[in-house]
Design a protein around this ligand. Structure first.
Ligand code: SF4
Length: 236
């Protein structure tokens, strides 16, 4: 079987969010087509259709990357839906790229992805997205991912107070699961495996100052405010 993927677009731009790549750093973006969710505030609706974009073989994908930029952000749509993502990742690694995957928190990453990705950003959907809790990975699954991979970010896109409360309770549940894995005798090991929690306010909908005020009381939880830089600048 020829290795290929359905790709919506490939482009070079800045990383608008926190990850292993500093916010504002140049990256290659590979946006795969197709998504299993349908978020109310999706900013990439056109890429969510499974027949959008075009089918590309891996040589075509590599040819559209700027190899002066060693950072690759693999996004979507939902990039973990296409099985051959498992093959693309090791290939990118062999070419010297570092790869961060942005996934929507509904698909458990495969063994190949866990071994090859330099960073996993899991976007846990909150009530305002319109996706039910049952569509998302469980706190136990997030905890498993966090203790099995050295660089995990769990992101919450927050539209209102209800979202914020759900994000806090999800964060607490994940931390509880991680602490439970190690027990009281190994608290330091548990702490080292707590992922970074990114709180992204929807700009113009949820006030950044409100988010800041709400988060001050939970500083110890590895929480970062993740204002989406790419929404503040004209990327054209
Ligand atoms: S998971 Fe991402 S790409 Fe899919 S509908 Fe939601 S925001 Fe859009």
């Amino acid at each position: 079987m020829k290795a290929r993927l359905r790709v919506f677009e490939i482009f070079q731009s800045i990383s608008g969010e926190h990850s292993i790549f500093p916010q504002g750093s140049m990256c290659n973006f590979i946006r795969l087509a197709g998504c299993n969710l349908s978020c109310r505030w999706c900013d990439s609706v056109a890429s969510t259709h499974s027949c959008s974009g075009e089918i590309m073989c891996f040589d075509q994908i590599l040819a559209q990357l700027n190899n002066e930029i060693k950072n690759v952000i693999l996004t979507g749509g939902e990039p973990l839906l296409q099985e051959q993502t498992n093959i693309l990742l090791p290939l990118l690694k062999n070419k010297g790229y570092r790869v961060s995957i942005e996934t929507n928190g509904s698909v458990y990453p495969s063994k190949e992805i866990m071994e090859s990705a330099d960073c996993l950003v899991l976007d846990h959907k909150l009530p305002s997205s319109g996706n039910g809790r049952s569509r998302m990975l469980s706190a136990a699954q997030y905890a498993d991912i966090a203790v099995s991979h050295p660089s995990v970010y769990i992101k919450f896109v927050v539209a209102d107070e209800k979202d914020f409360i759900f994000a806090m309770s999800t964060m607490s549940a994940i931390m509880y699961q991680i602490y439970s894995k190690y027990g009281e005798e190994d608290v330091e090991k548990a702490k080292a495996n707590i992922p970074i929690f990114l709180f992204s306010p929807i700009l113009g909908v949820y006030n950044v100052q409100t988010l800041f005020d709400n988060l001050v009381s939970v500083r110890g939880y590895n929480a970062l405010i993740n204002v989406q830089l790419h929404k503040l600048v004209d990327m054209a």
